[in-house]
Each structure stands twice: as C-alpha cells, then as structure tokens.
Design a protein. Structure first.
Length: 67
C-alpha cells in the first residue's frame, strides 16, 4: 500500500509502498498499541517511516546506517 507521511527532518511529504494492510494502517493511525505490536514483522526502516515520516534515505544520513 502506498503510504504518505511528512518527514520530521525535511518537512517534505514522501510516499513509500509498504507491505501493510488497511486494517493495520488504521490501527497505527489510531494507535492505542505499540507499533511493534501492530507490525511485529515490519522492518525498523518502514516502522520509522510510518512513525515519523523519515525516509530510508534520511535515516541512513541521520543514523549513519547501511541498508
């Protein structure tokens, strides 16, 4: 599913195709649970994007991580 978020770093909107269902996205957007409980098999990179809008490229720069 194509998910759009605004980055807390660049303040730009970005869209990424993420393997998430409508139900999971709804639970996430109306969060009463921890993201890791809603999406236990999702990569940390995608979970960070869903939480903060920070893209994988921005994460590499900020966290100095390799893919």
């Amino acid at each position: 599913m194509l998910v759009t978020r605004r980055s807390l770093i660049s303040n730009k909107e970005h869209s990424i195709d993420i393997p998430i269902s409508k139900e999971e996205l709804h639970r996430l957007d109306n969060r009463k649970e921890l993201i890791q409980n809603i999406l236990p098999n999702m990569s940390n990179v995608f979970r960070e994007f869903l939480k903060s809008g920070i893209t994988p490229e921005e994460q590499k720069t900020i966290f100095n991580e390799k893919e």
